[in-house]
Design a protein around this ligand. Structure first.
Ligand code: BV8
Length: 247
């Protein structure tokens, strides 16, 4: 397979989804048909779900923390870290994944659009999110110390963007700033390992095309938004990303 032409004036943006972590052994959302313990993920990963049953939601995230502690980055993650070394600030990676594997593989220019499994924040006050990999049991859900010092009881929650919640505006700004820098230059957009089902991530390819990007889908199967791409490469991201990036 011929690598994508990436010269020293090319701007490269990559969007990744759960499929890029699949070869590391992290189950994708589609693998489980969108279900976790018979619950629809959209329900568990939502503010309403947390309101209704915080113990269930903490069990979901504690289980995912336990699973993600023992996995390693795969060739797809390392290829993205390698191309970042080559392109520097003409490269940006936005991931929908919360497993932290891109950073583990050495990627630095990463926007974690849907938050991180490895951060926790207060569900009430605006205390900054903090590093946390604890697995909480139902009978001992974590409370916010800052709130309790003020006499209010508030649960801590995973620092994850749930369905129905807005993405962090600074993250969206970082992506649009990069797109504007790439406008009028050779601009390549790759989406890898994503079903293209979740918004606003699924809409980025169209925004990039409108700015002149050459768009590539790298996925095990055609995504919901496959028609938005100039090129569709079907296969495993662990094989295709190193080949297409020439690293
Ligand atoms: C928002 C954190 C304002 C949770 C996640 C417009 C139209 C319709 C709906 C909406 C819309 N705008 C907003 C919505 C509502 C909603 C949405 O998109 N719903 C969908 C389901 C229809 N979006 C939101 O709520 C977003 N917020 O927009 O706020 C708003 C709100 C309401 C209404 C309007 C506006 C917030 C979305 C973020 C949700 N949080 N993650 C957690 O992880 O616990 S999303 C979560 O699911 C993941 O992060 C991921 O993004 C998504 C699953 O997608 P993928 O990553 O693509 O994974 P998936 O398993 O689906 O696919 C894997 C692919 O890999 C497959 O295609 C497979 O074939 C492929 N694959 C497998 N193995 C490999 C492979 N490919 C290559 N190699 C392999 N080895």
């Amino acid at each position: 397979m011929k690598p994508i032409h990436l010269d020293d004036s090319t701007f490269l943006f990559v969007l990744t989804g759960a499929g890029v972590s699949a070869e590391s052994g992290v189950p994708t959302f589609r693998d489980s048909n969108g279900l976790w313990e018979t619950h629809p993920v959209e329900k568990v990963a939502s503010p309403e779900g947390f309101e209704e049953d915080p113990a269930l939601v903490w069990r979901f995230y504690s289980q995912r923390r336990a699973g993600a502690k023992v996995v390693k980055p795969n060739a797809g993650h390392f290829a993205l870290a390698a191309i970042e070394q080559k392109l520097g600030d003409r490269f940006l990676l936005a991931t929908q994944n919360v497993d932290g594997l891109h950073s583990k593989a050495g990627s630095k220019r990463v926007v974690e659009m849907h938050g991180s499994l490895w951060k926790t924040r207060c569900s009430q006050c605006d205390r900054a999110p903090f590093a946390d990999d604890a697995e909480y049991s139902a009978d001992k859900l974590p409370g916010c110390k800052a709130c309790s010092e003020k006499g209010t009881l508030a649960l801590l929650r995973p620092h994850i963007v749930w369905f129905g919640e807005n993405l962090d505006p600074t993250d969206l700004e970082a992506i649009s700033d990069f797109f504007l820098k790439a406008k009028g230059k050779r601009f390549v957009f790759i989406a890898a390992g994503t079903s293209g089902a979740v918004w606003p991530a699924a809409g980025l390819v169209k925004q990039a095309r409108a700015l002149g990007a050459e768009t590539w889908l790298v996925n095990a199967e055609p995504s919901a938004n496959a028609n938005d791409f100039n090129h569709v490469q079907l296969g495993k991201s662990g094989d295709l990303l190193p080949a297409l990036l020439g690293v």
